[in-house]
Ligand binder design. Structure first.
Ligand code: FAD
Length: 287
């Protein structure tokens, strides 16, 4: 592991000053579960590491005046998993964090660090993209909001620029009639990253007609993928077994997985169809 200088500013302005001073040779650290492991494995890192943990106002989960949810970037996975505010916003959302690694990782890893790694195999990005969440980034030029649709640019790449960091997430209000589920398929062990994952939200009327649908695929390409054609196919339709099968096939077509130790690309595409179908079925059965 290379020698690095560790900085621990106590304000956002202090952190930005250090990031500006050292430019390409500076990067922030939050929970350290990703960065420290990478450094120990000899992956490239900056010479100046800027700790965010002493900066006030970067953690916590609160409801917004419009009925949405705000989550500080330094909030841990476990804090979200156990948050009454998060559960009140959408019960399936905090529950989805129980799928993430082990409780020790969930106690240390942060939502900001998770999203900033730009890893489509990770769990939170899929459902957050389905919600239409915004990432709020700060730099010495000021604040900007980026929709998660535009935040993930490719494997390991995000819209966060040098000299900038993620301060919070803003989740828009969800109609109470919208029900969500997150399904994660782990092919190897119960603490593994997803082989494929599906986050689906449906607004169904009493006759099982889909008033609105959102389907996002995780671990199915370089970024989380919105299965727009599958959403369109079920919109304003009664959710029958044959329609669910059609949606599964359209989600499969939208996926672009790669072969790795969690399965071949063909296998993962088939699993996208299977898990899209089972998630829609469960939602349709009121699970
Ligand atoms: C054994 C293991 C298993 C895991 N399994 C899963 C899993 O099943 N599902 C899953 O979703 N995740 C999994 N993870 C990842 C975990 O969720 C971590 O939370 C996440 O990878 C990094 O969070 P962190 O706060 O520790 O980030 P750090 O390690 O501190 O930082 C990671 C990267 O993000 C950058 N960064 C951190 N915070 C910010 C910020 N606020 N703004 C801009 N950049 C920032 C850092 O510069 C660094 O490049 C696993 C991790 C481990 C070690």
């Amino acid at each position: 592991m290379r020698d690095v200088a560790y900085h621990e500013p106590v304000s956002i302005g202090g952190a930005l000053g250090i990031l500006d001073q050292y430019g390409e040779d500076a990067q922030v650290i939050a929970g350290g579960t990703g960065l420290i492991l990478g450094m120990k494995q000899g992956l490239p890192s900056a010479g100046h590491i800027v700790g965010l943990r002493k900066i006030p106002g970067l953690r916590g989960i609160s409801r917004t005046a419009d009925g949405g949810l705000q989550i500080g970037a330094l909030t841990t996975h476990r804090q979200i998993e156990t948050s009454a505010n998060a559960s009140d916003y959408c019960a399936a959302f905090p529950r989805s964090f129980a799928w993430l690694a082990t409780i020790r990782i969930r106690n240390a890893g942060t939502i900001g660090g998770n999203l900033s790694e730009g890893n489509a195999n990770y769990d939170p990005p899929t459902m957050l993209m389905g919600f239409g969440a915004q990432a709020v980034l700060v730099s010495s030029a000021g604040e900007r909001s980026v929709s998660l649709d535009d935040f993930f640019l490719g494997a390991g790449k995000t819209a966060c620029r040098r000299g900038e960091f993620l301060t919070r997430l803003l989740l828009p209000p969800q109609p109470s009639s919208f029900k969500w589920l997150y399904s994660k398929f782990r092919a190897r062990s119960v603490v593994d990253s997803a082989c494929v994952a599906v986050a689906a939200g449906l607004d169904l009327d009493g006759d099982h007609v889909v008033k609105s649908a959102r389907i996002v695929l995780g671990a199915a390409g370089p970024t989380p993928i919105r299965a727009s054609k599958a959403e369109a196919a079920i919109q304003n339709q009664r959710l029958t077994p044959s329609l669910i099968k059609e949606a599964g096939a359209l989600a499969r077509d939208a996926s672009e997985p790669v072969s790795d130790l969690r399965g071949s690309a063909d296998y993962k595409r088939d699993m996208v169809a299977v898990f899209t179908e089972s998630t829609l079925e469960d939602l349709s059965n009121g699970k």
